[in-house]
Design a binder for this molecule. Structure first.
Ligand SMILES: CC(C)(COP(=O)(O)OP(=O)(O)OC[C@H]1O[C@@H](n2cnc3c(N)ncnc32)[C@H](O)[C@@H]1OP(=O)(O)O)[C@@H](O)C(=O)NCCC(=O)NCCS
Length: 143
């Protein structure tokens, strides 16, 4: 497994990964194009045999003192092998800010477990954050 920077050439693979990973929240095409092209966005892919098996994007906000993990997903066939953790580490390092924040559905116990094991703590709850009304946990890691 390799972790390298993602580019617009990864658009089709990313669309597939998003659909497989986010039943309710898959990003629309325009957002996927944006995340693969906007300057300052951090984007890494995990690949095996040149196939994308994971993706992470980060949004550095140095003026705030933190950055955001915007999305993270691992191909369901490759989960629980440390790929999500490796993507998180790559993103945290590249963000170049002292604190990293993210939002997660309160029902997404798998992702919450990973974040807690990686040192993220819940700092806030945002009610009605997701399109179906589910609240978000806001989690933060001090690097
Ligand atoms: C969340 C996600 C990215 C985790 O990726 P992953 O590659 O399976 O995670 P890792 O293998 O690196 O796991 C890291 C640690 O978290 C734990 N963990 C990860 N997923 C877990 C789950 N579903 N249940 C329990 N523990 C879990 C692992 O056991 C591991 O801990 P360990 O090393 O002590 O055993 C993946 O499940 C996914 O893509 N989910 C769908 C998309 C999603 O929900 N993204 C997050 C949105 S906020």
């Amino acid at each position: 497994m390799e972790i390298t920077k993602a580019t617009i050439l990864d658009l089709n693979a990313l669309r597939k990964l998003e659909k497989e990973s986010f039943a309710k929240d898959a990003w629309p095409l325009l957002d996927l194009i944006a995340v693969l092209t906007f300057p300052n966005v951090i984007r890494f892919k995990a690949t095996e045999d040149n196939q994308m098996i994971g993706f992470i994007a980060g949004d550095p906000r140095p003026n705030d003192g933190w950055g955001w993990v915007a999305t993270i997903a691992v191909d369901p066939r490759f989960r629980l092998r440390g790929i999500g953790r490796a993507l998180l580490h790559a993103c945290e390092k590249e963000l170049g800010v002292p604190r990293v924040r993210l939002t997660v559905r309160t029902s997404n116990q798998g992702a919450i477990t990973m974040y807690e094991k990686e040192g993220y703590q819940t700092i806030d709850i945002w009610q009605n954050y997701y399109n179906d009304g589910e609240p978000a946990m806001v989690m933060e890691k001090v690097l």
